[in-house]
Each structure stands twice: as C-alpha cells, then as structure tokens.
Write a protein that binds this ligand. Structure first.
Ligand code: NAP
Length: 335
C-alpha cells in the first residue's frame, strides 16, 4: 500500500492565497488495475495560472499543475516501471492514472522528452509548458524580424526569460521589465538583454523611450496593467502584441479589477495587432518546440535558470514566493 499526499484547494482565494486555503489530504492508494500506472512525483511546478484559474472553477478541487514523475509500478506495457512522465496531476506526491492519448490538459500525459543529460526539472520549465508558451506565443504571434525592437514584461520569469533570449537568437533588440535590480543585472549581464528596467523604481516611460529611440515593434505581455499601457503607447506602426498573461491583477478581486490608461488610441493610430493566447492551442506541436529549445540550451544559446525549492512540504511556500517575485527563472519544487 502506498500512502499518497495531495493539496486540496478549499476556497476561492481573497488576495494573496493563504495556507488555510489549502488542505493536505493523505490517502492509501489501492492496488493497480489493468492499464494503470503508479507515479511518484519528482519535480512539481508552481505557476501563476494556479492563482488565476482559482476564481473560475468550483471549490474544493485538487491543486492541478504540471509535474515530472517516475513510474514506480505499472500494469501498462507502454509505461513500464522507471518511465519518466509529464502529467498535469499537480501537487500530489504519488498518484494512480490510466495513460490515454489526449490533448485535454487535465488528463494530459506524455513521456519526458530525451533531455540529453540536462536536468529533468526542465520538463516543467524550459522544455515543458512554459517553454512551449515562450516559443509559440512569441514566434507565432509576434512574428519577429531581425533588427526589430522587442519588449518583454515579467522578463526574469520562466516564460519571459526565454522569450527575451529567443528574441536575441532571432536577431532582435530586447528590452525587459522586471521587479528588482538583481533581476535587471541578471538579464543584462547573463542573458544578454540589451536593456532591462526595474518597473518598480524606474520612470518607465522615460527609460523605455531612451532604450528604444526608434520605438517598439513587438511586445510580449506577461503582466498587463498600467505598465503594459505605457509600453503599448510606444509601439510602432503595425506593431504586434502577444498577450500571454496579466499577473499584475491575479491577486485582485475579479469584480474590482484595476483600471489602466486606455490603449485604443495606440491600437487605432498605429494599427496594432493584439492577440491573446493559451499555450494549449499548440499542444500537438509542443514536441517541435521542445526539440528546438533543447538544441538551443545544449549549444549555450539559451540559459534555463531555475529557482528550486526543496521538499514536498514547501510547495505552498514556493507558490507564494513565485507570486511575490522571489524567483529568477522557473520556480519549481524538488520533491
Ligand atoms: P514567472 O514570471 O516565472 O513568475 C511570476 C513573476 O511575476 C514573478 O517572478 C514576478 O516577477 C512577476 N509579478 C508578480 N506580481 C507582479 C505584478 N504585480 N506586476 C508585474 N509582475 C509581477 O511566471 P511564468 O510562469 O513565467 O508566467 C508569466 C506569465 O505568463 C503569467 O502571467 C502567466 O499567467 C502567463 N502564462 C500564460 C500562459 C498561456 O498559455 N497564455 C502559459 C504560461 C504562463 P517581478 O519580480 O518581475 O515582479
């Protein structure tokens, strides 16, 4: 008998999620039936959408999210013991599942790509959902051309740090916004951003105009809010905006969302294309992104930094820390 632990979300969060909003539930798992596998989690992901979706679904629910796990027992010939899998089973240390071919996020399961010796944690990061988000969300929607100026917000995070580096690989000039001087240093010194700006302390408009004297061509928006309104006001004719997320408002009351300067004049006069997306649009093509991302990491063109929290007991702290901006790169929990 295996004793399994999971985190159940009890409430619709009010403001920053609280420990009391979660309940640790322990259960004995039954013996496997034909077709089933027993998975032990090795890397659990904490992500902003775990906050954002909370208000859209009924409670209680098992906390969902991506994780990399190892098949510990199997009654499924396609998934023998030892197979590494990526699933969306969330904050569970052990679970039983019946693998099926599906693009439905709840039941998605796929074998961890061959990471060629890189850390398997990348399966929930640069070679997982966030990697696919950066790859398709930027390349398919912004369609960047060499020489163009690209702005990324949330630039030091999992998705943003990859988008900026992909933009550099594509020959663009890259400006990133992030929330601390350490992050700014890292983006400029380690990741090769042309300019990084601390949105918490800078005169954002002035510094952006100085950094992008010829204006902005593409904006990859992770944060929304007033920062995005300012950036959009600096976009050139026929510029593109890829709207990936709006983390600046995830902890706000959905019935009283903050207001920001209207962007419609820029959209009209500059004839901008603004497109939101969910990375699930390209689920069938994720392997294509993973192949390229692994190649870029292996040759040193892409740095996949991680912010690792140790221990299943600390998954909540890792989640709150990520929302508060403690992470450089991808926030992940080593079980
Ligand atoms: P992340 O950037 O690694 O972590 C979240 C970061 O958000 C924090 O480190 C913090 O950095 C920043 N942040 C927190 N509060 C903020 C605020 N009030 N204003 C501005 N920034 C704030 O997370 P991620 O996984 O890469 O996700 C980034 C964005 O992409 C999120 O909006 C997420 O929802 C979105 N996303 C969308 C899809 C999709 O399919 N559309 C898929 C994945 C992710 P600072 O220190 O810089 O503030």
């Amino acid at each position: 008998m295996v004793k399994a632990r999971k985190q159940v979300v009890l409430n619709h969060f009010k403001g920053v999620p609280k420990r009391e909003d979660f309940k640790l539930v322990e259960e004995e798992l039954p013996p496997l039936k034909d077709g089933e596998i027993l998975v032990k989690a090795e890397w659990i992901s904490v992500d902003p959408y775990q906050r954002a979706y909370n208000t859209q679904i009924g409670v209680p629910y098992d906390q969902f999210g991506f994780q990399v796990g190892k098949v510990e027992d199997s009654k499924n010939d396609d998934y023998p013991i030892g197979t590494k899998v990526v699933t969306h089973k969330g904050w569970k240390d052990y679970f039983i599942t019946t693998p099926a071919v599906t693009t439905n996020m709840t039941d998605i399961i796929y074998k961890l790509p061959d990471l060629q010796g890189l850390s398997e944690s990348l399966g929930v990061g640069a070679v997982g959902m966030p990697g696919a988000t950066a790859y398709f969300g930027f390349l398919e929607i912004c369609k960047p051309k060499a020489g163009e100026t690209v702005v990324v917000s949330g630039a030091a995070g999992a998705v943003g740090s990859l988008v900026g580096q992909i933009a550099k690989i594509k020959g663009c000039k890259v400006i990133g916004f992030a929330g601390s001087d350490d992050k700014v240093q890292w983006l400029e010194k380690e990741l090769g951003f042309d300019k990084a700006i601390n949105y918490k302390t800078a005169d954002v408009l002035k510094e952006l105009q100085e950094a992008a004297p010829k204006g902005v061509d593409c904006y990859f928006d992770n944060v929304g809010g007033e920062l995005s309104s300012v950036i959009i006001s600096q976009i050139n004719l026929f510029g593109r905006v890829s709207v990936c997320g709006s983390i600046s408002s995830y902890n706000d009351d959905v019935n009283k969302l903050p207001k920001a300067t209207i962007i419609q004049p820029s959209l009209v006069f500059k004839q901008l294309k603004v497109e939101g997306f969910l990375v699930s649009r390209w689920t069938e093509r994720w392997p294509e992104a993973f192949k390229q991302l692994i190649e870029w990491i292996k040759v040193g063109q892409l740095k996949a930094r991680e912010h690792i929290t140790e221990g299943y007991d600390h998954v909540f702290d890792a989640f709150i820390g990520m929302l508060a901006g403690e992470n450089l790169g991808k926030a992940v929990v080593k079980v």
